[in-house]
Design a protein around this ligand. Structure first.
Ligand code: NI
Length: 172
């Protein structure tokens, strides 16, 4: 169990499409690392590529709300169906201090394996549906900035450039 560094906007891992997990030997360690890192950063969701691991897994904990009772693990997830429309302001641990309005489906049918590798195909709505779509986007190499309006991009231009520069320095 360990808290891992969360990679930020400009890191190549966030723009890499995650691979299906086929070897589950070390899955418990990865799940624990994801939860530890998410809680340390006060997040409600975290995808593996946000800690530099390009596998299809994310964790969610919105148990402070009435919509979910316990922390949840989603492995090899896939959106099977998507309906309705909802717009919410979202943040992201990989984009500190950035808040962007994102239009999402209000209801989704999601296929995934849980932490015991049991398969589910379940309908989600409300906050949980939004968080699942946000985290699933991460695994498809998509970020909330991809939904940003031109005015949002202008508003956050300086912040986004700072993040890009810090990642460029890391590489050089
Ligand atoms: Ni995020």
């Amino acid at each position: 169990m360990a808290v891992k560094p969360v990679v930020t906007y400009g890191h190549e891992s966030l723009r890499t499409v995650a691979q299906e997990i086929v070897d589950f030997k070390e899955i418990d360690i990865l799940i624990n690392d994801l939860f530890d890192t998410m809680y340390e950063n006060d997040g409600i969701g975290l995808a593996a590529n946000q800690i530099g691991i390009n596998f299809k897994i994310f964790v969610v904990d919105i148990s402070h709300t009435e919509e979910a009772e316990s922390p949840m693990v989603f492995i090899n997830g896939k959106i099977m169906d998507c309906s309705g429309e909802t717009i919410d302001t979202e943040g992201c641990l990989s984009l500190p201090d950035v808040r962007i309005r994102v239009k999402r489906c209000s209801e989704i049918l999601f296929s995934y394996l849980d932490e015991n590798l049991v398969h589910h195909e379940k309908t989600f709505n409300g906050l949980l549906a939004t968080v699942i779509q946000h985290e699933n986007d991460h695994l498809e190499a998509k970020l909330i900035t991809d939904y940003a309006s031109p005015s949002d991009l202008i508003k956050y231009e300086k912040k986004l450039n700072e993040l890009l520069e810090s990642n460029a320095k890391r590489r050089s």
